[in-house]
Design a protein around this ligand. Structure first.
Ligand SMILES: Cc1cc2nc3c(=O)[nH]c(=O)nc-3n(C[C@H](O)[C@H](O)[C@H](O)COP(=O)(O)O)c2cc1C
Length: 166
């Protein structure tokens, strides 16, 4: 099996957010996909070890902030290479509460979801979210995972579903 084939799959770059007992928390994710428009439904795959997973299980809700090519690139590291277990990732990060969930201000769009189902794999939970609210935040081109790798020269940690050793 040549897993380099997976490098040909396309993704965006997102911050998945929720609450940790009243405190905003979340993580970077590439694994968001739209399931259908009517009823509006999306899915995301979150590693069992990520604190965001436990927080989504607790709240039953998550939001997706869609990063753009002009979003501050350091947001990806802030949310993708640290854990909300050990730090407050939202400290100093501009955000607003939309339909009861925290979303990043420096994003091109947000999507707020209620978990309606989930599927456990060996390493990740796939959360299925019914969309409660979504809107454009600012005009920008959504960042693709390829842009993150090729232009920003970013890496992915082991918890990312797309991680492959170099
Ligand atoms: C570009 C990028 C994409 C990522 N995609 C995912 C993903 O789809 N699912 C996931 O569980 N983790 C993904 N991660 C890893 C998490 O963001 C990372 O493990 C984070 O530190 C978890 O934080 P938490 O413990 O606060 O939840 C990604 C990280 C980066 C940088």
């Amino acid at each position: 099996m040549n897993k380099n084939a997976f490098r040909n799959l396309s993704y965006g770059v997102y911050v998945i957010s929720t609450w940790d007992k009243g405190r905003a928390t979340g993580c970077t994710a590439n694994s968001v996909m739209q399931i259908t428009s009517e009823p509006a439904t999306v899915a995301v795959s979150i590693n069992h070890d990520n604190y965001t997973n436990a927080c989504i299980q607790d709240t039953g809700k998550f939001a997706v902030s869609v990063l753009g090519e002009h979003s501050e690139p350091s947001l990806i590291g802030t949310f993708g290479f640290r854990s909300g277990r050990d730090c407050d990732k939202f400290e100093g990060v501009a955000h607003e509460v939309k339909s009861c969930l925290p979303v990043l201000s420096d994003a091109c769009a947000y999507i707020v979801c209620e978990v309606i189902d989930k599927m456990e794999t060996e390493t990740h939970t796939v959360f299925l979210g019914k969309v409660l609210d979504c809107d454009i935040v600012k005009q920008d081109t959504a960042m693709t995972y390829a842009y993150y790798h090729n232009v920003i020269k970013g890496k992915s940690p082991k918890a990312a579903p797309t991680y492959l050793p170099d």
